[in-house]
Design a protein around this ligand. Structure first.
Ligand SMILES: O=C(O)CCC(=O)C(=O)O
Ligand SMILES: [Fe+2]
Length: 359
């Protein structure tokens, strides 16, 4: 299918479009120019030495590519703190000296035989919606779009991310969809990236359940026989711009110039139902509870017994416990803004929870 350009717009124009059409992210991704330059600490967040000083101790992964989404792809990589990774970014030729320990994925020798750099693209900077970092990059979601994350229990602990991404040219995030039906934004603080996106309706063409996601740059005909029916939306994301990707859009991102970005998954009225019905967050939550049932039975003795926890599938268990947490938060604070959002989430969850458990 013929490729289309991702529309680039000023923040002023975007505000007009977003006010006219609440569903605009389902129809089109956008590159918004200018908005992030108003973030209070925009200039600090563009300095690699400042980031190293501030976040150097945080542990993460540096991998080539960032992760894999097709079972036939190779991956190379190490576990690293951010400080060592910045040393690598500054001197990629010294990769062997910097990462002289065990390679977690593949080996240094094999890594050096290919030409993709390591990418620490998922550095987790926070666990909570009230973290001070959000005051520095405020508002993180461009109004009039709303950001409901703070009202959703354990949001940043349930497979929804706010990440720092620092990368060298050719670093790759292969085609994927973000979890939980979230909307994704990528804010380009420094350098340049190229994005290829696909509408969720094209999933049948770009995703094969037996192997995973296709490589948009080099599609494998055998695994993706109808790849040409998928329409690529392409665009270059430049310094000072933000890319916003609607719920369930496929995205593939390659770094063109040494880059600093932050990325965020978010929820609002346009995707709360997709979030409520997604299986990923209740699954991680349910598994965590199964590993430590006392976490729930000590705080909510009337909700479920240890035996019931053991018998339930993780997704149903995760939904049930989040529903109980929502009910208690609503009862404690019936008039807050967050309560309106929590009631909507609870309403969707109730449709999915077996009758017996709702009582
Ligand atoms: O900028 C990139 O490399 C991709 C980031 C991304 O897809 C994400 O954070 O969800
Ligand atoms: Fe993503």
């Amino acid at each position: 299918m013929k490729e289309v350009q991702i529309p680039v717009t000023s923040y002023e124009e975007f505000q007009i479009e977003a006010a006219k059409n609440p569903n605009l992210l389902n129809e089109t991704p956008w590159i918004i120019d200018g908005f992030i330059k108003n973030w209070p600490r925009y200039n600090d967040w563009r300095q690699i030495s400042w980031l190293k000083e501030r976040f150097g101790d945080i542990e993460g992964f540096a991998r080539a590519p960032q992760f894999i989404t097709n079972k036939n792809d190779n991956i190379y990589g190490v576990e690293t703190n951010f400080s060592d990774y910045v040393d690598y970014i500054r001197n990629p030729d010294q990769v062997r000296e910097i990462y002289n320990g065990d390679w977690l994925y593949g080996s240094c020798d094999k890594f050096l035989k290919q030409d993709m750099p390591l990418y620490c693209g998922s550095l987790k900077l926070l666990n909570r919606a009230d973290d001070d970092i959000f005051n520095e990059l405020h508002p993180v979601v461009p109004p009039p779009l709303e950001n409901w994350n703070a009202a959703l229990p354990y949001y940043y602990q349930l497979f929804n991310h706010f990440w720092l991404l620092v990368s060298l040219p050719k670093a790759l995030t292969p085609l994927h969809q973000d979890n939980n039906g979230t909307i994704a934004l990528i804010a380009q603080l420094k350098g340049k990236k190229r994005a290829i996106l696909y509408h969720p309706n094209d999933e049948q063409y770009f995703f094969n359940p037996d192997v995973g996601f296709m490589d948009p740059v080099n599609p494998n005909e055998a695994d993706f026989p109808n790849w040409e029916k998928a329409q690529p939306w392409t665009g270059d994301l430049c310094e000072g711009q933000m890319l916003i990707i609607g719920a369930n859009w496929g995205h593939h991102v390659e770094t063109l110039e040494t880059s600093i970005s932050v990325s965020l998954d978010f929820v609002n009225q346009s995707n709360i139902e997709a979030y409520a019905t997604a299986p990923q967050w209740p699954e991680v939550f349910g598994k965590r509870i199964k590993a430590r049932p006392a976490m729930v039975t000590s705080k909510m003795p009337d909700l479920v017994t240890e035996a019931e926890i053991e018998a339930m599938d993780p997704v149903s268990l995760g939904r049930l416990v989040i529903s109980a947490i929502l009910k208690s938060a609503i009862a404690q604070n019936p008039d807050s803004e967050a309560t309106k959002i929590r009631r909507i989430l609870l309403g969707h969850l109730n449709k999915l929870i077996p009758e017996m458990a709702k009582a």
